[in-house]
Design a protein around this ligand. Structure first.
Ligand code: C2O
Ligand code: CU
Ligand code: CU
Length: 479
């Protein structure tokens, strides 16, 4: 694809169309506007990527434009885009624009919202991103293999006004299970893994490569966009010697705050934007450690200071708030409430690795599926005839309690909406934060609230891909 020329083109058309076309506030955010449409082309294709680098062999991957990660798509809030996706794979695919509130037909779920894109064919996605922030795109077909072999890219929606930082850095953090020859190991969809942590890999990359030092200058302020594009690995990042300030979660601005326990918790598919003031000493290196899994802490990357100190006219003030996105506020008092019980999986809390064997068998007789939501198991990536678990009334507010009765963590994701996390374990949350993927700890519950304002059939599933494939998925209809 050629982003620069298409961008130039759309700028030119915007100029030709004349400046100053006001956005009508009366239309829904995903309704088509009148501005010129920017066009982008990407292809899902096999390729090779230097995941481990050095003299080691390249890894055979599947990637957008053959790359891992795929091209970072930078779109503008409120500006329509047309993305033509060509399938150069030898299997069906689709693209899901994770976290974007868009029309149902553009959501990329095969069978449910569109027919799959056959090999050699293409599909045109058209939408107008209503929210600025950090999002990502990935297939929703044969997800374990397609996402697990590299198909994913960052999707950055720019706000009209830039946020005041010196520099922006993007870390798309991936996790791979590589063999000694640097090729991706087979064995996707192993049923024991599917009933436990999912396919956690052995090699963590940043932007498709083994992390090299991240070079920084003393005194600068960085906006760091974090995206967890792993199939299953949960991350908890500690920034040695630094105090990251979380300014957005899943693309949605929040009240800036330091992470709980000084760890930035990032389940699969989650995004966190932090402001990092580089307060370290010139010439020193500071570790960024991921210590989510007990006994398996590792250094993800170093923040490496050069000898310069950034000159500044006046000292930095505390980072300000990002401008909020136009999200509909749920009416909690009038909201209709439902509970979704997440069940299944192996009983033991044994983590990956360490040879830990589970102590119990599967729960319930679910015939092949390892997980269920309110007793039903939808498996796979999306297909026709997925009957909705609930039908929600268009325009009404809902509170859903996601009750995790299992021994495992589940990053639960709802398509087509952002929701407010309003409570945990029955008590209301001090901070009400928007997100589209919420990490529900074992044996805990999370209450999410949203206005069902986007009509269609929307998936709700765990983003540990193995869990989704093995039944931790359902459909909500909004009509
Ligand atoms: Cu990120 Cu159903 O997906
Ligand atoms: Cu999604
Ligand atoms: Cu899960």
């Amino acid at each position: 694809m050629n982003m620069d020329s298409s961008f130039a083109m759309s700028r030119r058309s915007v100029l030709l169309a004349g400046a100053g076309i006001a956005l009508t506030t009366a239309t829904a955010p995903w309704a088509a506007g009148t501005a010129a449409v920017r066009e982008i082309r990407i292809a899902a294709a096999p390729g090779q990527a230097p995941l481990v680098g050095g003299s080691r062999p390249q890894t055979d991957v599947l990637g957008y434009d053959g790359k891992v990660p795929g091209p970072t798509l930078r779109l503008r809030q409120g500006e329509p885009v047309r993305i033509i996706v060509e399938n150069k794979l030898d299997q069906d695919t689709t693209v899901h624009w994770h976290g974007i509130r868009l029309p149902n037909a553009m959501d990329g779920v095969p069978g449910l919202t569109q027919p799959p894109i056959k090999p050699g064919e293409s599909f045109t996605y058209e939408f107008t991103p209503p929210d600025a922030g950090t999002f990502w795109y990935h297939p929703h077909a044969n997800s374990l293999q397609q996402l697990g072999r590299g198909l994913a890219g960052a999707l950055i929606i720019e706000a009209p006004e830039p946020f005041a930082v010196d520099r922006e850095i993007l870390w798309m953090i991936g996790d791979w299970r590589l063999k000694p020859d640097a090729q991706i190991a087979g064995g996707f969809g192993n049923s024991m893994e599917a009933a436990m942590s999912g396919r956690v890999g052995n090699t963590v990359t940043i932007n498709g490569a083994l992390p090299a030092d991240e070079l920084v200058h003393a005194g600068e302020r960085i906006r760091l966009r974090l995206i967890n594009s792993a199939l299953a690995r949960i991350m908890a990042l500690r920034f040695e010697g630094h105090r990251p300030l979380i300014v957005a979660i899943d693309g949605q601005p929040c009240d800036p705050h330091e992470p709980e326990g000084d760890r930035v918790l990032l389940g699969p598919a989650m995004r966190i934007d932090v402001v990092l003031d580089m307060s370290g000493e010139p010439g020193r290196r500071y570790r960024v450690i991921d210590d989510f899994y007990d006994d398996l802490a590792y250094t993800l990357v170093h923040l490496a200071y050069d000898d310069k100190t950034m000159a500044r006219a006046s000292p930095l003030e505390t980072a300000g708030n990002l401008p909020r996105n136009p999200l509909p506020q749920p009416d909690l008092a009038a909201a209709e409430r439902h509970e979704l019980a997440l069940r299944g999986g192996m009983m033991s809390g044994a983590m990956m690795g360490g040879g830990g064997m589970m102590s119990g068998g599967m729960m319930g007789g679910m015939g092949g599926a390892a997980w269920s939501i309110n007793g039903t198991s939808m498996t796979g990536d999306g297909h026709a005839d997925m009957l909705p678990l609930l039908t929600l009334k268009l325009g009404r507010s809902y509170v859903l309690t996601l009750r995790n009765e299992t021994a495992w963590w589940h990053p639960m994701h709802l398509h087509g909406h952002s929701f407010l996390v309003v409570g945990r374990n029955g008590t209301s949350s001090p901070r009400r934060e928007w997100s589209d993927t919420v990490l529900v700890p074992p044996k805990e519950s999370v209450d999410i609230a949203f206005v069902a304002d986007n009509p269609g059939d929307w998936m709700l599933h765990c983003h540990v891909t193995d869990h989704q494939m093995a039944g931790l998925m359902t459909v909500l209809r909004i009509a």
